[in-house]
Design a protein around this ligand. Sequence first.
Ligand code: P6P
Length: 345
Amino acid sequence: MPSSSAPIRSRGDSTVTLEAHVEQQRAAHPRATDTFSWIIGALSICAKVIAARVRRARLEDAHGGTRASEAGSGSGADGSTGADEPRQLLDVMANEVLLRTIGDRDGVALIASQCNEEPVLLRTRAGEHSYCVLFDPLDGISNLEVCGGIGTIFSILRHDGLLRPEDSLLQSGAQQVAAGYVLYGSSTVFVLTIGAGVVMFVLDPASGAFVRVLQTLRIPATGKSYSVNEANRRGFPAGFQRYLDWAQAHGYSSRYVGSLVGDVHRILLKGGVFLYPPTTRAPHGKLRLLYEANPMAMVVEQAGGRAFAAVGEPILQLVPDSLQQRTPAILGSPAEVEQVLRHLQ
Ligand code: P6P
């Protein structure tokens, strides 16, 4: 029996698919144009293709790819401990699937992937409804070998044909018309916001459709749990250390899977706060503003949460000055974010 304090969430309808949901929204949201609906449909197709390959990765590895234990090591672009061949192949596969599938539509002017230094400029004509689609193809891929949650994160901006292509991408997160993520976990979850709340879908293997399970996902106002890589603690600014001392003195638990999609999804459903402070190795934070922080901040805020880079600096108000810009992140339940900011003052 759910506790009386459990947040009230409107249940989904097990017959409403992602595509049907977007069509339903079109009547209420004039900006949900044909092309916009098509982009969401394309993301849905990509999610299914990537999910199928992620689930088979270890089998394909066992049937002939490089065994993870023999794989070379090095340092991945994001400072991870080195990608073995199955991970690299999956990264490339996911990136290619997204670039090809999404780029196939007239109204998509620009595509930018965290994996590519430069954006892919597809069409420069400033169609009335043209868009920029940004994504992190497989975030948290180091979790693959241990069957941890990994995800695809996406962000959709209007393409302003009057701007240079890269300037069209360098809009603040508040300008996103949609954002969301796919979590390849114990089930494949598609979480989407088009600026009118957050909706959650789960892939039904029987039908191959993403089915709506939560029509209005609201983050719990509180949650006595924080999510941070405490190994970096000694490099955190003093305010974060004060917060961690306070939280531990007040019975908070710590949950951290090292995959932004996995950690934020848990916080959206159970409450709590995710932190990626500035560290010695990442003095400006580690998360990419355009590909990770902005889309996650839009989802969290649309669910009733808060998302800050620092005191007085909401993530969605940051104006990017480069595609690969990084930012610190404090995001989650409103009361928990406030607790962190209080200690940073
Ligand atoms: P660390 C994955 O590499 C990622 O970008 C996010 O998914 C995740 O939240 C973060 O880095 C983890 O970083 O330094 O704790 O391993």
